[in-house]
Design a binder for this molecule. Structure first.
Ligand code: HAM
Length: 429
């Protein structure tokens, strides 16, 4: 027997029973972004590999180990996007959206791809909603992005489930000076570091701060901290962000070890973290990247943004049972028709009802069937009423309207009065 076909490991189908939660989350977020004046941009899933190598940075795990890179028929090296910021910057540049200091506030949503070890909350195809703002150098927009996410948590009922970690990486010069100091410190203790951290000492030393290895963490206790290397302007910027978060009543924890896994950040970086999902607890992360636009060939343009992991947020909503019950609302009415003539009449009747009562959820029986089987389907559908149309009803231009969720009697309703009757039933409910 041939092997049955399966989805690729770490790339999941989102099944019909799951999609209402996804839509709830996405719609809530999109309404919020609309309210803050952020505009949607749709970006390709595949880009030239060079974009990510230059944007995210060689030496990062994402670029070195996790990209889905392939050659197309024209021998071009292409990559499935591992994140959205680089592509967004590329599009902004390509279409001149940030020229002349124009402010842009953008968002995008969609699948991203990273060859990571799949586990709960970590997948090879995952989905992000990302937000990016351009040409706004001040701390006000950093704070706005955080305030916006805070409002989302409140709307979703997650405010008590997430905490905000905040740090400033300073200017790229300050970061470079700090990197040198950290490398010098760690070099002297090289033997005590775990293997991964030893490798990172030459490729991406700041990531060592993130190491989960206990021995490495012990070595880091006495290491120089990023906060001591902040340049004056970055310190003022950071104070500005904090003052705004304080004014908005948003609590945060300063975490000097928060450095992020992508190379483009400077100054503010932040992560919203939950302890309810196990190891993959970061549900939203971002920061400022004032150097990225010029690194990708544009004029110096400040940028700042974040992305949230849709799978992780849906998991969190499910875990905490915060999904509204009405997400799985059944149909209101199930229409049963018996025989060819009744089926034809039912079709036109149902379409008329859809015109007259657009909010009504109507299921028209498909595939014929006996009285018993159609009734069974009507019951299983969860609908509150069954409409019944057979030869007798057809002759009398009426339908039988049977309540399915209580014991009240079936009524005979004239076709012309049906919309009114169903509207009244809806109001009673
Ligand atoms: P990131 O931290 O790499 O940042 O990803 C953002 C979020 O995407 C994570 O916090 C997590 O919720 C989710 N995520 C990442 N990898 C996975 C995975 N393998 N499986 C499931 N969820 C995942 C970025 O991507 C930046 N582009 C964010 C940003 C936008 N910074 C500035 N603007």
């Amino acid at each position: 027997m041939s092997k049955s076909l399966q989805a690729i490991r770490g790339m999941n189908d989102i099944l019909p029973e799951q999609t209402p939660a996804w839509r709830y989350l996405e719609n809530t977020l999109v309404d919020l972004l609309d309210g803050y004046g952020y505009k949607e941009i749709r970006l390709p899933i595949v880009e030239y590999t060079e974009l990510f190598a230059r944007g995210i940075g060689e030496g990062t795990d994402v670029v070195d180990k996790e990209m889905y890179t392939f050659r197309d028929r024209n021998e071009e090296s292409l990559t499935l996007r591992p994140e959205g910021t680089a592509g967004c910057v590329r599009a902004v540049l390509e279409h001149g959206l940030s020229g002349g200091g124009q402010v842009q506030k953008l968002w995008y949503a969609g699948p991203m791809f990273r060859y990571e070890k799949p586990q709960k909350g970590r997948y090879r195809q995952f989905h992000q909603v990302g937000v990016e703002a351009f040409n706004l150098p001040g701390p006000d927009v950093d704070a706005e992005l955080i305030v916006l996410t805070w409002r989302l948590w409140k709307k979703l009922g997650l405010a008590d489930a997430v905490t905000l970690q905040l740090n400033s990486l300073g200017s790229s010069e300050a970061r470079a000076a700090y990197r040198d100091a950290l490398v010098a410190y760690l070099q002297e203790r090289f033997e005590q570091l775990d293997e991964d951290s030893q490798r990172r000492l030459t490729t991406n030393p700041l990531r060592i701060l993130d190491s989960k290895n206990e021995a490495t963490q012990a070595v880091l206790v006495g290491a120089p901290t990023l906060g001591d290397y902040l340049d004056e302007e970055s310190r003022l910027h950071f104070d500005g962000v904090r003052a705004r978060l304080d004014a908005a009543g948003i609590r945060y924890e300063i975490n000097h070890k928060l450095v992020r896994g992508l190379d483009y950040y400077n100054r503010t970086v932040f992560e919203w973290v939950t302890d309810k999902l196990g190891a993959q607890g970061t549900v939203c992360a971002g920061g400022r990247y004032d150097g990225l636009v010029s690194q990708l060939g544009g004029k110096a343009t400040p940028g700042v943004g974040f992305a949230m992991g849709v799978e992780r947020l849906v998991l969190l909503l499910e875990t905490l049972e915060l999904l509204p019950a009405e997400l799985n609302r059944a149909a209101d009415v199930y229409v049963c028709a018996f025989g060819e003539a009744a089926e034809l009449a039912a079709l036109t009747l149902v379409e008329r009802l859809r015109d007259e009562l657009p909010a009504l959820r109507l299921l028209l029986n498909s595939g014929g069937g006996s009285f018993k089987s159609q009734f069974k389907k009507a019951d299983k559908s969860g609908a509150r009423y069954a409409l019944i149309l057979g030869d007798d009803e057809l002759a009398g231009r009426v339908v039988g309207c049977k309540p399915l969720r209580d014991d009240s009697e079936q009524q005979s309703v004239a076709w012309d009065a049906l919309a009114e009757h169903l509207a009244a039933c809806q109001q009673q409910a």
